[in-house]
Design a protein around this ligand. Structure first.
Ligand SMILES: CC(C)(COP(=O)(O)OP(=O)(O)OC[C@H]1O[C@@H](n2cnc3c(N)ncnc32)[C@H](O)[C@@H]1OP(=O)(O)O)[C@@H](O)C(=O)NCCC(=O)NCCS
Length: 165
């Protein structure tokens, strides 16, 4: 079974490549900036100030052969940093799916957020059918839909979810 490890410099490129494959059209908060920013907030100050993010941390699921099998993160937004963490780039490598790795990563992130004293874990996802499995997992773990909004791809909507920790 995959183990969860903090993101490290050694696995940075592999993790960014996986995210670029799974989320090919992400332009606003690209993994190629978000993940390195989590390792070096000083160097990525302008990215963090543009996105109003702080306390960015990422973890990887690493499979038995040492490959990156999935990612999950936590970060704060300036607007609600006193009460909430937000869930960052959550995915599992396509050939590793439906084995429980996603649930393991999600449970891990929920527990981390709980232990750090926030009241809510929030996230945004979308009505994209590719994100249906993720939405089902969020609902299974008690996340409630709290809002909808425009998506850069006008054919779908953003969905905002929240879990009371
Ligand atoms: C969402 C995602 C991370 C889930 O990863 P995963 O490792 O496949 O998740 P799990 O295996 O824990 O659970 C997924 C499903 O497989 C089922 N499952 C888990 N273990 C299983 C097994 N051994 N055999 C069969 N099914 C299994 C779960 O019940 C769940 O079913 P559901 O789709 O009915 O909810 C993955 O599908 C993904 O990367 N999707 C694309 C990226 C994405 O949408 N990210 C979220 C953006 S907001």
């Amino acid at each position: 079974m995959a183990k969860i490890r903090p993101l490290s410099k050694k696995r940075l490129n592999e993790a960014v490549n996986l995210l670029n494959e799974v989320f090919p059209s992400e332009e606003e908060e690209p993994p190629s900036e978000e993940l390195p920013a989590s390792l070096n907030e000083q160097e990525y100050k302008s990215y963090l100030s543009r996105t109003t993010k702080s306390d960015v941390k990422y973890w990887l699921a690493v499979d038995d052969s040492g490959r990156v099998a999935g990612t999950v993160g936590l970060y704060c937004y300036e607007k609600d940093k006193n009460e909430a963490f937000w869930l960052g780039w959550f995915c599992v490598r396509p050939d590793c799916r439906r084995k429980g790795i996603g649930e393991k990563l999600l449970r891990f992130a929920i527990n981390k957020a709980k232990r750090q004293g926030k009241t809510f874990l929030r996230l945004d996802t979308s009505t994209d059918p590719d994100e249906l499995t993720a939405r089902r997992l969020y609902e299974k773990y008690g996340f409630k839909l709290i809002g909808r909004g425009p998506h850069p791809d006008a054919s779908i909507e953003k969905l905002y979810y929240e879990l009371k920790l």
